[in-house]
Ligand binder design. Structure first.
Ligand code: NAD
Length: 366
């Protein structure tokens, strides 16, 4: 029986890269029944909202989706459709593996890191109070009454909730991932020395969970600023990083930079029994409809999805084909060429075609 998977093409460059990924996944031969649903621009046109209930309901049924990037509409009631989708479906873990590929230009070699980002709370909870609003002033008055440190009355306020439950859940996920994937170390990253009641809580809960894995996976905690320096000086000292939402967002772009940029950085949003796979990059509107951008990040998100589906052989074959095409640097998009103006660079669809063709002959190392 074919596995049902919800397909959200996205907007901007979304449809180009997500269709490239869909064609590559289909070419592996894994039996999939794609269910096309709207989110982003096409959903606004049809439902007057970028994230219709019908789409969410379908993902709740199939429990598996792949999604192209979606532009955040300005002034449409959503801070970000992507953040809303993760919250609505309780996709608490954002998984972003960052691995060097031979042939991708980068100042760094042999990077092999995994970012596990908490997806549901922290400063991304969306609890904000605008400067000058009566409610904000009332809140500031209350806070000034409770704390010896005073907030200026025209400040804007963003709230940073961190709970023991969400922290335990994400840290346990990071350890389980490490065990399942033969990784050696989990590093919890915070600014616990400054934000004692939020980041401090995250670190304390991480230490408790780490005890359950003693002898199986090494554990350490680090501060986010020192970790950023470590990442660019000695990335080989790090393995799996688990972080609250905001630091996770920043660190995953940093790590994408270590391996050559957003064009090659895949991602997954994972909940208890639902998962949505997507590239780290956004909808890059200026390239939309040009058949120009790199489909690798979306195709590798498809590889992560195949692994999640336990389709190991198909995942390895697709990944090996991507690696082989990138290593040759012939049938690749402009961003993977030495000179971005190189006239021999191919389009998004053509790079996907080359990967599909390569899957027929590529050798897969086991
Ligand atoms: P972006 O990732 O869309 O693009 C930034 C730049 O990165 C592009 O101009 C391009 O030079 C490069 N780039 C991105 N993807 C590439 C690819 N596949 N191949 C080659 N180069 C690529 O970031 P942005 O411009 O900050 O955001 C644009 C929109 O996307 C915003 O509305 C933002 O909210 C949204 N966004 C969505 C997601 C998501 O859907 N998960 C993630 C990030 C941003």
């Amino acid at each position: 029986m074919k596995r049902k998977i919800t397909f959200l093409a996205g907007d901007g460059i979304g449809p180009e890269v997500s269709w490239a990924a869909r064609r590559c996944i289909d070419a592996t031969g894994v039996g999939i029944e794609w269910i096309d649903k709207e989110a982003g621009d096409d959903a606004i046109k049809k439902f007057d909202t970028p994230l219709p209930e019908e789409t969410l309901e379908n993902i709740r049924e199939t429990r598996l989706a792949i999604k192209g990037p979606i532009t955040t509409p300005i002034g449409k009631g959503f801070r970000s459709v992507n953040v809303a989708l993760r919250k609505e479906l309780n996709l608490f873990a954002c998984l972003r593996p960052c691995r060097s590929f031979e042939g991708v230009k980068s100042n760094f070699k042999n990077i092999d890191l995994v970012i596990v980002r908490e997806n549901t709370e922290d400063l991304y909870a969306g609890i904000e109070f605008a400067s000058g609003e009566p409610q904000t002033k009332e809140l500031i008055e209350k806070l000034n009454g409770w704390s010896p440190k005073k907030i200026q009355d025209n400040a804007g306020i963003s709230i940073k909730p961190i709970t023991p439950e969400a922290t335990q859940r994400i840290v346990r996920y990071a350890f389980e991932y490490a065990v399942a994937n033969g990784r050696k170390k989990v590093t919890a990253v915070t600014k616990a020395n400054i934000m004692k009641f939020t980041d401090g809580l995250f670190m304390a809960e991480a230490q408790k969970i780490a005890k359950e894995y003693e002898g199986k996976v090494e554990y350490e905690d680090r501060l986010i600023d020192a970790t950023c320096m470590k990442l660019v000086l000695h990335p080989e000292d790090l393995d799996v990083l688990v972080l609250p939402n905001l630091y996770g967002d920043i660190a995953s772009d940093l790590c994408a930079g270590l391996v050559g940029g957003l064009g090659v950085a895949p991602g997954a949003n994972i909940g208890d029994d639902i998962a949505v796979f997507e590239a780290v990059h956004g909808s890059a509107p200026k390239y939309a409809g040009k058949n120009k951008v790199n489909p690798t990040a979306m195709i590798l998100s498809g590889v992560l999805m195949l692994r999640y589906m336990k389709e190991e052989e198909a995942a390895n074959r697709l990944e090996a084909a991507v690696e082989s095409i990138i290593r040759e640097r012939k049938d690749v998009t402009y961003d993977l060429k030495d000179d971005r103006q190189d006239p021999t660079s191919v389009g998004t669809a053509e790079m996907a075609d080359a990967i599909i063709e390569r899957m027929k002959t590529v050798k897969v190392s086991v």
